[in-house]
Design a binder for this molecule. Structure first.
Ligand code: ZN
Length: 95
């Protein structure tokens, strides 16, 4: 189950299963937003709502360590985080 966390003001979801990304995006071959590695069968993906992007665990962690928090983005971040939270809690997985 994805876990909503926050580091230095940046929301992110940890432990995202690739099936949830496939189901959400309709893309049967999701890739990491950074290293472009295929994400199939990974269960520890990191999704960063403000970037609308999903990463393998290694790249997601790197990204979170180097990202800057912009307070002016907080309203957008809140909206996107809620969108994904709602999807993870209530979305139907089609597989
Ligand atoms: Zn990666």
């Amino acid at each position: 189950m994805p876990e909503l966390k926050n580091t230095r003001g940046i929301d992110y979801f940890d432990n995202v299963d690739f099936k949830q990304i496939v189901s959400y995006s309709g893309n049967p071959n999701p890739v990491c937003g950074d290293c472009l590695k295929n994400l199939l069968f990974m269960e520890d993906l990191i999704l960063i709502p403000i970037l609308n992007e999903v990463y393998c665990h290694k790249c997601g962690t790197n990204h979170l360590n180097t990202m800057k928090h912009f307070p002016e983005d907080d309203a957008i971040q809140k909206r996107r985080t809620n969108f994904y939270k709602n999807y993870f809690e209530n979305g139907k997985l089609k597989y």
